[in-house]
Design a protein around this ligand. Structure first.
Ligand SMILES: [Zn+2]
Ligand SMILES: [Zn+2]
Length: 223
């Protein structure tokens, strides 16, 4: 039999005491009561199910409340949806159309969801690269969706950089050809401008910066 015991309420304050044997109370030997798990019940009248974590209602009552709210605000929601749809640009419109066609194909069963192409997971979302070619959808799990989107962003950035580079080469070729047709004095003036490098160092005619200066000088003279 223990010579010490638990005293006090919830905290189970531990009090060491030495009591004479004839004063021992059987209850002194009991530990503190186990903590009861905190259960919150659904707030809906008459419902005895448990509330969702962090929510006031059980999943069933919550869904019913959401449905009721949508039904009551049907008109405002429709207006908001219509306004949002009208405000879309062409790209957003094309994306929405591609998504809608994919959803329809899945409902009709003409197209099936695949597995995640990175890890083979069954829970997948579709990523459409080109809305015009929505059948070429990439199936990825939520986790690999970020990987996929990152890859697409990189590809798009690379594409934009390539296009800019190509546009510059076109412009350069066009301007150099035009300079060749200028009167010699004007040509000499532009070449003199192009020689001026940063901090006064002269540039040689083969340097990339020389060519850029030349094109800029030509554009400036056209204004
Ligand atoms: Zn409920
Ligand atoms: Zn995955």
């Amino acid at each position: 039999m223990r010579q010490d015991g638990w005293k006090g309420g919830d905290e189970g304050r531990f009090v060491r005491k030495i009591a004479p044997l004839d004063e021992l109370d059987e209850l002194d030997n009991l530990g503190p009561p186990p903590r009861l798990p905190l259960i919150r019940f659904c707030g809906a009248p008459g419902c005895r199910r448990r509330a969702r974590p962090g929510g006031r209602h059980c999943p069933g009552c919550h869904m019913a409340a959401v449905r009721r709210w949508r039904e009551e605000h049907r008109r405002e929601l429709a207006v908001r949806r219509r306004d949002a749809a009208a405000a879309r640009d062409d790209d957003a419109r094309a994306r929405d159309s591609g998504r809608a066609k994919l959803a329809m194909a899945l409902r009709r069963g003409t197209l099936e969801r695949g597995r995640c192409r990175e890890c083979g997971a069954r829970e997948v979302v579709g990523v459409i690269a080109d809305p015009a070619d929505w059948r070429a959808v990439a199936w990825v799990c939520r986790e690999h969706r970020e990987t996929e989107l990152g890859r697409r962003r990189d590809a798009a950035a690379q594409h934009a950089a390539d296009a800019k580079q190509a546009a510059w080469y076109d412009e350069r070729t066009r301007v150099l050809a035009a300079i060749e047709l200028l009167p010699p004095a004007e040509r000499a003036r532009l070449h003199a401008l192009a020689t001026r490098g940063p901090a006064g160092t002269p540039l040689s005619p083969g340097a990339p910066l020389y060519v850029m200066n030349l094109v800029r000088a030509y554009r400036g003279s056209r204004r």
